[in-house]
Each structure stands twice: as C-alpha cells, then as structure tokens.
Design a protein around this ligand. Structure first.
Ligand code: URA
Ligand code: SF4
Length: 194
C-alpha cells in the first residue's frame, strides 16, 4: 500500500492538470502513516507548505500538531495528513471549484487506499467536500463540528468528524476552545468505538 501511496505522491509532484501548477514551488501530496486509523484533510497548502512540500508546517500546522500530540496523545507521524487541493493557491485565496474538482480525485484515491476509520475534515471546504459525497449539504461548519457521521462511502464504512480549521482557531480563543473540545470527542470516540 505504501508503494501505491508513494505512486500517488509522485503523480501529484508532476501534476499539471490545473493552473495551480504554474505558481507552486512544491506540490504537497500529504504525509504520515498510511496504515493509520485517523486521517486529516485540510484545504490547500499555504506559504510554508509550498516552500517545504509538506502539509501543515506553518502556524496552523503547529496548532494541529499540538492538538494531535497533546489531546489525542499520539505522535503526529502516526496519522496521515493531507489536503483537498495539493498545490498552493496564489495569495492563499480559497481554492476555486474547478481546482477542487480537478485535484480531489487524488484525495479520493488516498482515502480508498488508506481506509481510515475516522476522517477528520478541517474547516468548511474540506467538510462540505467530503459530506457532499454522501449527499449531505452543510450551511456552515458550526452546525456540524464535533459530530461523528458514520457513512458508507469510498467503499468503506467511514466515520467523518468535521471540525474547525486550525487557522481559524489560531487567533480566536473561543474557537480554540471549540477545536480542543472536538479533539477530546475524537479521542473519546477513538478509544471507545474503534
Ligand atoms: N492550511 C491547510 O488547509 N492546509 C495546510 O496544509 C496548511 C494550512
Ligand atoms: Fe494537479 Fe492538484 Fe496541483 Fe492542480 S492543484 S496541479 S490538480 S496536483
């Protein structure tokens, strides 16, 4: 399976399917343990991710890493972390619908290979992309955050937990409390139900 995950990473690094390849420094395929039970999906690489070719290595990544290590109490390399869109949108703008449509098959293939028990979707874009695949339309992240949706999708029974994007929680103490609350729920679910 690792070989297949690596093969996707190679495809992503050489991909020219959408215009974002023209402005990227490095594509960011994702990283971590492909035999994990827990997979995280963000939106798109930012400045530091583009420079390093690794997901969640900037300020938001620091918070995500802390949540994984201090609340889930597991090392970051033991989970798999990726994004819907694998190349950085200029100026960190939101990815366009056609960029999501063109790039998301890579994510779909990663999910089908890794077959996580829980998919944690970080922020509205990632949550609405994944839940819409199961026919669930969301208005915003507040209604769905911290809930576990058990869905048959990608040929597996997948538990999806939407939460806030760590970038949103970074400078907002109230949202930080909420994302921490969601991670405690996640830990409880992982410990009792998996
Ligand atoms: N924000 C994201 O959504 N993904 C990253 O990889 C980094 C920041
Ligand atoms: Fe290819 Fe995705 Fe990068 Fe577009 S964003 S060039 S589809 S890897």
């Amino acid at each position: 399976m690792n070989n297949e995950i690596n093969a996707i990473a190679e495809e992503v690094k050489n991909c020219t399917k959408c215009p974002l390849y023209e402005t990227r420094k490095n594509a960011v395929p994702g990283e971590g343990d492909s035999s994990t039970k827990i997979m995280f999906v963000g939106e798109a690489p930012g400045f530091y991710e583009d420079v390093q070719g690794r997901p969640f290595v900037g300020a938001a990544g620091k918070l995500l890493t802390e949540l994984i290590e201090n609340i889930l109490c597991i090392p970051r390399p033991s989970v798999f972390i990726t994004n819907i869109v694998k190349c950085r949108p200029p100026e960190n703008r939101d990815p366009l619908p056609n960029e999501i449509e063109t790039c998301s098959p890579y994510l779909d293939r990663q999910i089908m290979l890794i077959k996580p028990k829980v998919l944690v979707t970080l922020g509205r874009h990632s949550s609405s992309y994944i839940l819409s695949k199961a026919g669930i339309k969301i208005k915003g992240i507040t209604d769905v955050r911290g809930r576990i949706f058990s869905l048959f999708m990608f040929d597996i029974l997948l538990n999806v937990m939407p939460t806030l994007h760590p970038a949103a929680a970074l400078y907002n103490p109230q949202l930080k409390v909420q994302i921490e609350e969601d991670f405690r729920k996640l830990k409880n679910f992982v410990n009792t139900s998996l």
